[in-house]
Design a protein around this ligand. Structure first.
Ligand code: GLA
Ligand code: ZN
Length: 665
């Protein structure tokens, strides 16, 4: 069973934190909840890691305390999100089924007590999860104060036990049908890898056959997806129609395919930790846009840091004022909720030193005041922003398989798929261009410009979608390492960019990992390419050369580095170079102008302008001043500023580290 319902955007913004009432005497909950009201919180997430309190012995459920906590919170106007506690299996379960502990690459079984200590394919674990989640669903599913459910917590382990290996082999048998087909796709005659029985196929514990490596990632995805479906099936029947199900994903975690896992969820959410240092909005916005792209709708920020974390070599606090800007940045990029992790410092456990709202005594920490300010902000902004979402004319395509493939064989130790993607994202973000980050398998209707960074893996479906996009008038930007491999991680018997050569009117004659940057000479600019350079060859006399390589390794000298080609009603720019920042910004400015893409607003450096658009088309601007100076911004229309409650005509002044929320007056 898999009844999926759409996520209905809430009628307000949510602010709150993770709350672990089970760690504290019940007599103190009232005071906790009073303090939450003082902070302006309206949501609490509970239950993750509460398995041993919810089911102290096999089949013996103890849910009353959670019922009371939900009711006390509700009475104070605070809704609940429940997390299934499956990332913390209790000791009795592990004692019963030691085989449920995951095995690492070196064959060692995990120890009990460090969470996520489960093999995701263990049938005994599955049975225990089903029993508990079903019982939780029966009890709390009909509760109108439970807004939604988070499944597990940050899926992250990969298990190498014999059962996982066996299931991997079964997965392959189903996918390939016949071993001959697998042998052909993986080119196993190479190094005499030919398989004549499914049982011979290993789990890759280090570098291995590229086809096998990619299928292993797909198998991990599939294993988590089955585990996730098991929980969804246990929950669904008992939930109210508007109750959603989500999972809290981690940053740019690359352990599995997030798009596949998101298909079975109504809502995407994630956990944003800056960790060490301070956040840079030009790159952190990409992680929000990524998560918004999982479901192509608004998301929840299920966890974020109240001050500092505890798991970095240096756990500095975010500078004063910074987390308020982080909350607004998240909202600007489509968050409908912001939840801190966590409420109060636990006396024990591995996370004793993590930032919280209350200290061990139950008194507010200095950070509390900042959360309170966000609470006041959200109260003022809530109604305006409800149902509104970011809208972009430019999409950046993201392909987990290309990222894995390049990561396994980077060919240049410093080449990183993500850094390359951000090389395109950052200058656009700095210019306040709204961006969607989408799966490379998405429909591309409605965009003016699509950027496909290092789209290494090119399936016929992707080629067809890109062709239709350009034919209908879209501007496509293809970069280096494009169109080189098929979905089995095998090289194509075609020059790059494979089937897209028709669109680019150019192909790659050769690619070079670079020892030193090589000069790149454009029209009116001189720059350089670092790490990588592709020597382009024109296939169509109508293809225009936008830049050429200067003298370098001899092979590249004078050859085209960037080309442009008209196709149908659209245009394709093919970038073979990894440009320096100034040249990259100049190139992107030109392409934006050609595609007719407009920024939200032109702002001084260090001021971000985000836009959400209401269902009625109302435009809402969120301006965030990350600088330590007052900034002045010319407004194109008469506006109303909602956080201060003022009409503004002409020039807006934003104080250092402050935010403005504008709509048309
Ligand atoms: C993760 C987890 C939380 C907590 C925080 C600490 O995001 O989901 O349970 O451990 O990290 O930063
Ligand atoms: Zn396993």
């Amino acid at each position: 069973m898999n009844i999926k319902r759409a996520y209905t955007p809430p009628a307000k913004l949510y602010l709150g934190s993770a709350y672990y009432p089970e760690q504290w005497p019940e007599a103190g909950w009232k005071e906790d909840i009073r303090q939450m009201q003082v902070a302006g919180f309206n949501v609490a997430r509970m239950g993750d890691f509460a398995w041993s309190r919810l089911e102290p012995a096999p089949g013996q459920f103890n849910f009353d305390w959670l019922d009371r906590a939900i009711a006390m919170l509700a009475e104070a106007g605070i809704d609940s999100v429940l997390a299934t506690p499956t990332a913390g299996p209790p000791a009795w379960l592990v004692t019963q089924h030691p085989d449920m502990l995951p095995v690492d690459k070196d064959g060692r079984r995990a120890q009990f007590g460090n969470r996520c200590h489960y093999c995701v394919t263990s049938p005994e674990f599955h049975a225990a999860v089903r029993r508990l989640v079903e019982a939780l669903a029966q009890r709390f599913g009909p509760n109108p104060h439970v807004l939604g459910w988070q499944l597990d917590n940050e899926y992250n382990r990969t298990c190498y036990c014999p059962r996982c290996q066996h299931q991997f082999q079964q997965y392959l048998a189903q996918r390939y049908g016949a071993l001959d087909e697998l042998n052909r796709r993986w080119a196993t005659t190479y190094w005499s890898q030919t398989y004549d029985a499914w049982e011979q196929i290993p789990l890759p514990v280090g570098p291995h056959n590229p086809g096998l490596m990619l299928e292993h990632k797909r198998f991990i995805t599939e294993s988590y997806r089955r585990f996730q479906r098991l929980q969804i099936d246990a929950l669904r029947l008992h939930l109210l129609p508007e109750t959603w199900i989500t999972h809290n994903f981690m940053f740019w975690h690359d352990g599995y395919d997030h798009y596949d896992l998101s298909e079975d969820l109504e809502l995407a959410s994630w956990d944003w930790y800056v960790g060490m240092g301070q956040h840079d909005y030009r790159s952190s916005g990409a992680a929000h846009d990524l998560v918004r792209g999982y479901k192509r709708q608004n998301f929840w920020l299920m966890e974020t840091q109240p001050g500092n974390v505890n798991w970095k070599p240096l756990n500095n606090a975010i500078d004063k004022g910074g987390t308020r800007l982080m909350a607004w940045h998240a909202v600007g990029h489509g968050a409908d909720a912001v939840l801190y992790w966590q409420w109060r410092s636990p006396l024990g456990g591995q996370e004793q030193y993590h930032g919280t709202l209350l200290d061990t005594t139950g008194q507010p920490r200095p950070f509390f005041a900042e959360a309170q300010q966000v609470g006041r902000d959200f109260a003022a902004a809530s109604r305006l922003l409800a149902g509104a979402r970011p809208v972009a004319e430019t999409a950046i395509l993201h392909c987990p398989a290309s990222r894995w493939s390049i990561g396994w064989q980077p060919h240049h130790q410093d080449f990183d798929y993500l850094e390359h993607l951000l090389h395109y994202y950052k200058p656009l973000a700095a210019a306040n261009i709204p961006l969607d980050i989408l799966s490379a398998d998405s429909l591309l209707d409605g965009y003016r410009m699509v950027i496909a960074p290092a789209l290494l893996i090119l399936t016929p479906g992707r080629a067809a979608a890109l062709k239709a996009f350009v034919a209908n008038g879209g501007h496509l930007l293809l970069t280096l390492r494009s169109g080189m491999k098929d979905e089995f991680n095998a090289l194509l018997p075609l020059r790059q960019p494979g089937a897209l050569a028709e669109l680019t009117g150019a192909e790659v004659e050769e690619y070079y990992a670079l020892e030193n940057p090589v000069p790149v000479l454009g029209e009116g600019w001189q720059g350089a390419s670092r790490l990588w350079a592709e020597r382009l060859k024109l296939l169509d006399p109508a293809t225009q050369v936008l830049a050429r390589y200067g003298a370098s390794n001899g092979w590249l000298d004078g050859c085209p580095a960037i080309t442009q080609h008209a196709f149908g009603k659209g245009r394709v720019t093919f970038v073979g170079a990894y440009l320096d920042e100034a040249s990259q910004a100049a190139l992107l400015q030109r392409l934006l102008a050609e595609a007719g893409v407009q920024p939200v607003l032109v702002t001084p450096e260090g001021v971000e302008a985000c836009r959400r658009v209401g269902e009625d088309g109302e435009e809402i601007l969120i301006l965030i001043n990350y600088t330590h100076q007052e900034q002045r911004i010319g407004l194109p229309w008469r506006a109303y500023e909602h956080l201060r409650g003022q009409a503004i005509q002409g020039e807006l002044r934003i104080a250092p580290l402050d935010v403005a929320l504008l709509s048309h007056a």
